[in-house]
Design a binder for this molecule. Structure first.
Ligand code: FEO
Length: 414
């Protein structure tokens, strides 16, 4: 094994020991890694970087909760080594199969081939699919379900399946004596920081909302179900420790309450204008609509798809009650960036939004009709027929756009 400070991963030098393991409660350590250079998480823009959090519990059975993305294995093991010989790990909890949490499993199972792994039933199946050629058949995996508990000595772990938060296999692990919920993807944020707790970093709630909008928005129904389940189980939390970002320790229930609010699609009275432009005509229309909304005293944002971070725009979309989408016509259809954004948005299934479509064309239209068709087929509400101009908006077109803005502002207030 390479020494931490020597391992070369993803083409760059990783300084594995710059952050020490952090004891977050007695005998409970953060042994994860910080991915300072993460800028794209399978298409989700991450301008602040990210972390993959693993936690080590020292008890009669030394237990590792989740692992880290494969290329960072040496860094994680280096951190564990500062606490205990990694060969002494008895148990590994795999809360979620996705590779940012499980792709170090094959390597750690080479260090501790006799360790027992705990996962959900779907988790076991997923691990098989991913690692069947990497020793999986020799792994000792015990399937657990909601309410199951294991004693690891003085401490007890309880498991809670959270199907579709955000994969079918997803699971939380609750450390009863310390009241810590290891929530895996749920309640995370993509932030690279040397701090480990939410109260040490500015603006985490906004980062958590961006994360929710891009990862969990389609699963609002499940969020509400599991929030209720946790309430029924009577669980109390001193900490909520996700697998990404920082740990919630100051009134940690705040993040559960925020999830319930976002899942209930409680939008603000605001309008979001999303557009792209070829020669400026659609941009002129977008700005006139903006002025119309502004004149009515309603909060409005203007976002050119090629100049803005889509992940952040999705959070703004979640916040807005009215969304105007503008596109020039390209090859008899919508502009390619609009097509990409619609595809992304449809997958995230934002709830309770009112849509309006506008655009421009030269020799033949198609963009406005195409966008309206896609929105309608996906079940989104369009508030009035779209507006398109030929070549260039003249004063009467601009005036119409301002009137549209005013009407959209009235809808946002309802
Ligand atoms: Fe953080 Fe679903 O992986």
């Amino acid at each position: 094994m390479l020494r931490n400070s020597e391992c070369r991963l993803d083409g760059e030098m990783q300084l594995g020991n710059e952050i020490q393991p952090i004891e977050i409660a007695e005998g409970v350590y953060w042994v994860g890694v910080v991915d300072w250079n993460l800028r794209d998480f399978h298409g989700y823009e991450t301008p602040k970087g990210g972390t993959y959090n693993s936690y080590l519990i020292i008890d009669e059975k030394i237990t590792l909760i989740d692992t880290v993305k494969g290329p960072f294995f040496d860094e994680m093991i280096g951190r564990i080594s500062q606490i205990v010989d990694p060969a002494k790990i008895d148990y590994i909890v795999s809360n979620h199969v996705e590779m940012d949490h499980s792709s170090s499993l094959p390597a750690i199972m080479q260090v501790v081939p006799k360790a027992k792994i705990f996962s959900s039933a779907k988790g076991k199946k997923g691990l098989l699919e991913h690692y069947r050629e990497m020793g999986f058949q020799n792994w000792d995996i015990e399937v657990v379900k909601t309410g199951d508990e294991i004693s690891i000595g003085k401490k007890t772990l309880q498991f809670i399946e959270v199907v579709m938060l955000h994969w079918p296999d997803s699971m939380h692990t609750y450390l009863k004596e310390d009241k810590i919920l290891f929530s895996n993807d749920a309640f995370g944020q993509h932030i690279a920081t040397s701090e480990r707790f939410e109260d040490q970093v500015e603006g985490v709630m906004e980062d958590a909302e961006i994360y929710y909008a891009n990862i969990l928005m389609p699963f609002g129904k499940q969020v509400l179900t599991y929030a209720e389940k946790i309430k029924q189980m009577g669980l109390k939390f001193d900490m909520i420790a996700p697998a990404h970002g920082v740990i919630w320790r100051k009134e940690p229930e705040r993040i559960i309450e925020a999830y319930v609010k976002w899942a209930n699609a409680e939008a603000k009275q605001s309008v979001l204008i999303i557009y792209d432009t070829m020669w400026g005509s659609t941009e002129i229309m977008a700005k006139e609509i903006l002025y119309g909304v502004e004149s009515a005293g309603v909060d409005v944002k203007l976002r050119n798809l090629r100049k803005n971070d889509w992940s952040k725009m999705v959070k703004e979309l979640m916040d807005a009650s009215v969304v105007a989408i503008g596109s020039p016509t390209q090859n008899n259809g919508m502009f390619f960036t609009i097509a990409g954004f619609l595809s992304y948005m449809k997958g995230l299934r934002p709830k309770g939004k009112k849509f309006f479509v506008f655009g421009s064309y030269g020799w033949g239209g198609g963009a406005v009709k195409g966008i309206e068709k896609e929105l309608t087929e996906s079940g989104f509400e369009i508030v009035e027929p779209g507006f398109q101009v030929n070549f260039k908006p003249f004063e009467e077109d601009r005036e119409k756009c301002r009137e549209i803005g005013s009407r959209l502002a009235s809808l946002a207030k309802k």
